[in-house]
Design a protein around this ligand. Structure first.
Ligand SMILES: *[C@@H]1O[C@H](CO)[C@@H](O)[C@H](O)[C@H]1NC(C)=O
Ligand SMILES: *[C@@H]1O[C@H](CO)[C@@H](O)[C@H](O)[C@H]1NC(C)=O
Length: 464
């Protein structure tokens, strides 16, 4: 009887969810958020507004009902910086619906871009990664502040943790005497197995329910908290049908203020203090991207696709181009100069700019590889037009991040083939075309019923 009621409640909640997603446009996006005066200069100034601190964090919202037992979600974020961002989006989207508290994982950083490794298929030697503080990429305090509005406690990783041997499928472990083994459940079959949101949510809830039932059957007193451990959540969620949720989650993922400040300085230099726009290129031709391009011949083809992309996007000798690339990070200077000379000869750029030219060497030397990538990303976020690579999550996240901040997706052209597993997993925000500026509304996090956690009844109810 109780179980029936519980199921009925869950079905009703999912129906409400589905309904809200269908109407997300009318309730959230479509009303224009800015007057005629403030919308004209969107391309250069559109992003400035979001760093002003005003926004959804300032909104008073009632905390959602806390489910009992409380769920604590822990997970891994793996591979390059923007694969990690996608991992965060998937895990936090799940946490929002579960009403779960969250322990963020540490950041990972590759040792170099000059590595012939295929991290997805591991056909060649494995790339080397090291752990770094979560704060090296993200503004953890600001993220936590934002989630507190939802009654959700987001914590940085504890000082002590052990990375799993397999970064994609293994689990982070924490010496955690506070939890009994029966309190901790591990959800497998997540990494690179994209699922519809409702399915992933159902798996998580079933795992928690089973843990509660098992503890009860073993005669243990009811737990206050169940720890839900996930491996790396990269490509675990089909985002494309829950963009109302993922766009809000992505908005909460603020980048490190230090990287933001460095990017601001680069943008000031590139735009001559905001007086001229610039185009942006994400040139993903480093050695470690060879697996994207299959071989050297593939790399040549990719370069040709980049040139065509720049032409089609209207890059010409009237604007400078900022190039985001790891080529100079490992001193592939010869290749770099060839490419840059070609761009100039083809009349695609007035001048070609890059971070090594605009910051002091010691400012870059202190950064790990993923921080350098985020720095480039934050510059390209403010370009008038960008050309990137369809097979790169840096490029897809860039298109989504720009769209999230009011810049039409059509200003980002991604060249080359789209990997099959990107099809439903990389969009984070609705494509509203020229109406994209209306999205600035999203800077205000509204506590919609769709974000209220689905109540997990107390243990006894679940096994009745
Ligand atoms: C460069 O392209 C822009 C549009 O992207 C155009 O308005 C401008 O006239 C072009 N300039 C040259 C010199 O071709
Ligand atoms: C970088 O490469 C250039 C030639 O391509 C070489 O002259 C220089 O010594 C290299 N620098 C380092 C630090 O390896």
């Amino acid at each position: 009887m109780r179980r029936l009621r519980f199921r009925a409640a869950a079905v009703a909640a999912l129906a409400v969810l589905a309904c809200l997603f269908a109407f997300a446009c009318t309730s959230l996006y479509c009303a224009s958020a800015c007057g005629a005066s403030s919308c004209g200069t969107e391309e250069l100034s559109g992003i400035a507004a979001l760093h002003s601190g005003a926004g959804w964090a300032a909104l008073p919202t009632p905390p959602p009902q806390r489910p009992h037992p409380r769920i604590l979600l822990r997970y891994m974020a793996c591979m390059g910086g923007f694969n990690q961002l996608y991992s965060h989006v998937a895990a936090l989207t799940l946490a929002a619906a579960l009403g779960a508290d969250v322990v963020l994982p540490p950041a990972l950083a590759r040792e170099t871009y000059d590595s012939k490794s295929d991290p997805l298929h591991r056909k060649t030697e494995t790339m080397q990664w090291h752990a770094a503080p979560a704060e090296s990429l993200l503004d953890v305090a600001r993220i936590a502040q934002a989630w507190r509005q939802l009654g959700i406690n987001v914590q940085p990783p504890p000082q002590l943790y052990v990375l799993p041997a397999d970064l994609r499928t293994g689990f982070l472990s924490y010496p955690q005497p506070a939890f009994q083994p029966q309190q901790v459940v591990r959800l497998k079959g997540v990494n690179r197995k994209p699922k519809e949101f409702g399915v992933l949510l159902g798996m998580a809830r079933a795992a928690v329910r089973d843990a509660v039932a098992a503890a009860l059957a073993a005669g243990l007193p009811p737990f206050d908290t169940i720890v839900l451990d996930l491996p790396c959540t990269l490509f675990s969620l089909n985002t494309d049908r829950v963009l109302g949720l993922t766009s809000k989650v992505a908005l909460s993922l603020h980048f490190s203020p230090h990287l933001q400040a460095l990017a601001d300085r680069i943008v000031a230099a590139v735009t001559d203090g905001g007086r001229r726009p610039f185009n942006g290129l994400h040139l993903r031709l480093e050695t470690d991207a060879l697996f994207f391009h299959q071989s050297q011949a593939g790399q040549q083809k990719a370069w040709e696709a980049y040139i065509e992309g720049m032409r089609e996007s209207g890059f010409n000798a009237s604007l400078p181009v900022y190039v985001a690339s790891g080529l100079l990070t490992y001193n592939s200077t010869e290749q770099w100069h060839q490419l840059v000379d070609k761009m100039r000869a083809l009349g695609l750029a007035a001048e070609v700019l890059h971070k090594e030219k605009l910051l002091r060497a010691e400012e870059l030397q202190g950064l790990h590889m993923e921080q350098v990538a985020v720095l480039d990303f934050l510059v390209l976020a403010r370009a008038q037009r960008v050309v990137g690579l369809a097979a790169s999550t840096f490029s897809t996240y860039l298109r989504e991040y720009r769209a999230l901040h009011g810049i039409p997706k059509a200003t980002a052209r991604l060249v080359g083939d789209t990997p099959r597993w990107f099809e439903h997993t990389v969009a984070l925000v609705e494509d509203l075309g020229e109406e994209q500026s209306a999205l600035q509304r999203l800077r205000q996090w509204q506590l919609d019923p769709q974000l209220a956690p689905l109540q997990i009844p107390a243990g006894q109810n679940l096994v009745a």
